[in-house]
Design a protein around this ligand. Structure first.
Ligand SMILES: Cc1cc2nc3c(=O)[nH]c(=O)nc-3n(C[C@H](O)[C@H](O)[C@H](O)COP(=O)(O)OP(=O)(O)OC[C@H]3O[C@@H](n4cnc5c(N)ncnc54)[C@H](O)[C@@H]3O)c2cc1C
Length: 366
């Protein structure tokens, strides 16, 4: 019998399983599909303590706190995963340029940085931006240089899975969890299509699937937000930083010569198909920021679904049944803030209270 069953093996479930196994817990991690193949696989992998888009801003200070704490944890996590598995997750701290196209946008970015006390930032004039990033459009008014970096999410999932296996986590993929089982308001296990697994703790880390599991009578307003995204051949476009704009698109240079051009934010159910409107918006917007990408080959296009809650904050903490926990609904920013989120669950399950205020993430707040 496991101490804990984790439902969902994206970045959140995997990191949570890893922390719990490191603390000596017996963990079973179940995913209906291949681990790391959900939103985590689709992500651009940006890790920054600061708001990476307009919608990240909505998460306010509690969102900022999670991103900040996580940002400090990432270098050590990346290093230890590499040592344990030999897989390079291509963690880089290139820095992020938040670029603006006019004076109003420039003022907005400066105000946002000041209001949120972003600390270690540097405003660059148009000429300074050109010096740092000659490929950027000459029409750019200026940019704020902030801390940040990224990971190759396609390597991150497999690396975390191997790390978890080495720590003794029992991993079951291709098995959908249909129901949590409780008795007198205490968790006794879960039911899958094939089996019943007994456990006194269940953690729901199922992303957009977190509100589709029977046996949980709780309002979980997680809505899938569709993101269409492109990988282009960036060998002729040299970028030194991640490039973000107020309302997208953004660019993420990868060490393997690819550049990620992302991403749409659409309320379009879970229809995976790419659309003419989505891709043309990305490509036209991208060419306004870096005109030379017009000659770049397209390597790959894909879609992913961000697990977005109605207040843009994740659900982290105890649910409405004893032994039921949630760590899901991280929306547009879930890779970056994953370590601190998983650590909150670790603190609750090891009865080692965290000093941070976790009320804003209370899964029962809706
Ligand atoms: C286009 C795009 C770009 C993004 N860019 C960034 C970025 O740059 N930086 C950033 O921080 N975030 C980014 N995100 C957001 C980020 O990807 C997500 O917030 C994060 O991956 C969520 O992780 P997760 O583990 O909760 O969900 P997921 O990775 O979706 O994992 C959930 C898992 O649960 C499994 N599951 C669901 N239901 C069940 C069930 N009933 N039984 C068993 N298993 C189940 C699924 O198969 C899945 O593997 C982006 C997202 C998208 C779509």
């Amino acid at each position: 019998m496991s101490d804990t069953v984790i439902v969902g093996g994206g970045i959140i479930g995997l990191l949570t399983a890893r922390y719990l196994a490191q603390a000596g817990k017996k963990v079973t991690l179940i995913d209906k599909s291949e681990l790391g193949s959900g939103a985590t696989w689709a992500s651009a992998g940006i890790i920054s303590p600061h708001a990476t888009s307009g919608s990240t801003d909505i998460a306010g200070e509690p969102g900022l706190i999670l991103r900040n704490l996580s940002f400090a944890l990432w270098p050590q996590i990346a290093q230890s995963i590499q040592q344990e598995t030999g897989i390079d997750i291509e963690f880089t701290l290139s820095g992020v340029l938040l670029v603006s196209f006019n004076k109003t946008e420039s003022e907005n970015i400066k105000t946002k940085a000041k209001k949120n006390d972003w600390g270690n930032t540097n405003w660059l004039s148009s000429d300074e931006v050109q010096e740092k990033e000659p490929e950027l459009s000459k029409t750019i008014d200026g940019a704020l240089l902030v801390e940040g970096g990224n990971v190759e999410v396609r390597n991150l999932g497999p690396a975390l899975e191997i790390s978890c296996r080495k720590l003794g986590v029992e991993i079951r993929s291709g098995e959908l969890v249909s129901e949590v089982i409780s008795d007198k308001n205490s968790i006794v296990g879960i039911r899958t299509e094939k089996d019943e697994i007994k456990s006194s703790n269940v953690i729901i880390c199922a992303g957009t699937g977190s509100n589709q599991i029977k046996g949980i009578d709780l309002d979980i307003p997680i809505i899938p937000q569709k993101g269409q995204i492109i990988s282009i051949d960036g060998r002729k476009i040299h970028l030194n930083h991640i490039i973000l704009t107020e309302n997208d698109p953004y660019f993420v240079p990868r060490s393997n010569g690819k550049i990620i051009l992302g991403a749409t934010r659409e309320w379009a159910g879970e229809d995976k198909r790419l659309t003419v409107g989505g891709l043309s918006w990305l490509m036209n917007g991208g060419m306004e920021i870096i005109p030379n990408i017009k000659d770049s080959a397209i390597n790959e296009t894909w879609t992913g679904f961000r697990p977005v809650t109605t207040d843009y904050l994740p659900l982290i903490g105890k649910g409405n049944i004893d032994g039921l926990y949630f760590c899901s609904g991280h929306g547009p920013s879930g890779v970056g803030p994953a370590p601190a989120s998983a650590k909150i669950i670790l603190s609750l399950l090891t009865e080692n209270p965290t000093e941070m205020d976790i009320n804003p993430y209370n899964p029962m707040r809706f």
